[in-house]
Design a binder for this molecule. Structure first.
Ligand code: DAH
Length: 339
């Protein structure tokens, strides 16, 4: 019996040693401990053992059975542990690594500032309208008091499609369109693109954004214009802003002016940005010329109005100290994601 047990153990161990999966271990278990296995054979041979010897031999067989089954379990556990470890190792992660940043989309900086500007004008009682980019000579020039041979037409290099059609050179093209279709009084702000055939540089571009404002009613005065501009610039810069108004010429306004705000960079002391003047030009404006009111079928004896316009890129550049207008059109995420 001892011999038989030894042989079984030896066989069993040599097989278990090379088992490399849980199913192989199962097979070995069945092979040795199953009904057709050598242990059952031993059990069956018990009947041939003498009565006195039987309990002792029976115990030996039971011990063997237990030992083999325990070994199977042990090998199985070890294998599981190894497999688990390999799996875990492959899933290893470094919890100290910084998280991945998700890219968040947002409105373009021009859209952002237009939204802020429009909110201010809405609060002041203006409604919002949009004019066409492709425009006729009439609305862009002629109706705005630029006769065909007027030297002011040379001020703007224009992209013409034909003698009659062009890309608008300013948002002022909306003025007579508004007069034609709106009921009086008119109080409208119009954001949009303008196009000029200029060399692209840090300070100028072939297209840029403007916002035009038009206010027409009985008794609208020059003082109303100045107060409106001052109120607007103080609101957008979120503090009381000093302004200065200089006489200027635009054919569609009389008197015409250019508006400056105190230099935000040097608090009006004089710096590179304001070219040592302490002032930054921000808008063109004026009282709407009687000829323009007439072109819009409004009686200049009865009504008066003002119009103004400012460049949106320029304002955003002043607000954020941006030195190159080209950044707005280059789609560089490093720039855009700062807004
Ligand atoms: N349209 C002019 C330009 O783009 C700016 C301008 C000046 C608009 C005076 C106005 C105004 O409405 O009153 O250069």
């Amino acid at each position: 019996m001892d011999e038989a047990i030894k042989r079984i153990k030896k066989d069993f161990n040599s097989q278990l040693e090379i088992a490399s999966s849980s199913s192989e271990i199962d097979q070995i278990k069945v092979r040795f401990l199953g009904k057709k296995g050598p242990i059952q054979d031993l059990m069956r041979s018990l009947k041939d053992v003498s009565r006195e010897e039987r309990p002792k031999v029976g115990k030996m067989i039971n011990d063997l059975k237990e030992e083999l089954s325990h070994s199977c379990q042990h090998t199985f556990d070890a294998l599981l542990h190894k497999e688990e470890k390999i799996k875990l190792e492959s899933q290893k992660m470094d919890v100290t690594l910084p998280g991945r940043k998700r890219f968040l989309g947002r409105p373009h900086p021009i859209t952002q500032i237009v939204t802020d500007i429009l909110a201010i004008f809405k609060e002041m009682g203006f409604s919002i309208q949009y004019g066409p980019n492709i425009e006729s000579d009439f609305y862009n020039f002629e109706s705005l008091n630029f006769p065909e041979d007027h030297p002011a037409r040379d001020m703007q290099d224009t992209f013409y499609f034909s003698k009659e059609m062009l890309l608008r050179t300013h948002t002022s093209n909306i003025q007579v369109r508004l007069m034609e279709k709106e009921d009086l009084p008119i109080r409208v702000a119009c954001p949009g693109k303008a196009f000029r055939n200029e060399n692209i540089s840090a300070r100028s571009h072939v297209f840029f954004h403007q916002i035009e404002g038009v206010y027409i009613d009985k008794g609208v005065s020059f003082g109303d214009l100045l107060a409106t501009l001052k109120a607007f610039f103080s609101k957008i810069f979120k503090r009381e802003i000093k302004m200065r108004f200089r006489a200027s010429y635009f054919p569609f306004v009389e008197p015409g002016l250019e508006a400056d705000i105190e230099c935000l960079v040097c608090s009006a002391k004089g710096c590179k940005i304001c070219k040592e003047t302490g002032w930054l030009e921000v808008a063109g404006a004026g009282m709407i010329h009687p000829n323009v009111l007439k072109a819009g079928k409004i009686d200049p004896e009865e009504y008066s109005g003002f119009a103004w316009c400012f460049g949106i890129e320029r304002l955003q550049m002043l607000l954020h100290n941006i030195k190159d207008i080209r950044l707005f059109t280059e789609n560089d995420q490093r720039f855009l994601s700062q807004f």
